[in-house]
Design a protein around this ligand. Sequence first.
Ligand SMILES: C=C(O[C@@H]1C=C(C(=O)O)C=C[C@H]1O)C(=O)O
Length: 171
Amino acid sequence: MALPLLRRWLDEPGSLTRRIRHKCSGCFYVEVLGERWGAPFLDEARRLGLRHKNWVWLREVLLCCDDSAWVYGRSVIPGQTLRGHLRGLQQLGQQPLGSVLFKRHPVSRGKIEIARLAADDGLYRQVVQSTAVAPGCWARRSVFHVAEHPLLVTEVFLPALAARAAGGESF
Ligand SMILES: C=C(O[C@@H]1C=C(C(=O)O)C=C[C@H]1O)C(=O)O
């Protein structure tokens, strides 16, 4: 999949949930793969300025349109962020994170990093346990700050979405 076909998705500055809802002509839903305390990957810890052994709240989901998973989402939330009104980030369930993040003010989004996942990436190995994906799939991540508290959101673009983008439609 060449970058330009997914360019609009990789560069989406707003909510990916909102974009999927707009593009999905059927039923959008969030499949929660897991929500738990755990250790971040080393590069995630570094990106959040945490010591590697700092436990964080990990949320993994699939954003789906009808029976197709379009995006794998992984949120890494430091315990320090889960305070006050942000404690609700631990009880999202099937409510999309984006529907909370983009409503809360003030929220800011840092630089969107883009990469293609190799088969030996820790993130790839995590995704492939839950859904169909292939080496070379595109992913992006960025750090959000909500009321100055950080959380890292990573999104992996899955084959069903890539196939739609390759369909040549202005997708
Ligand atoms: C940050 C957003 O939230 C999306 C929803 C997620 C969730 O529900 O866990 C995770 C990643 C995002 O794709 C968004 O909509 O842009």
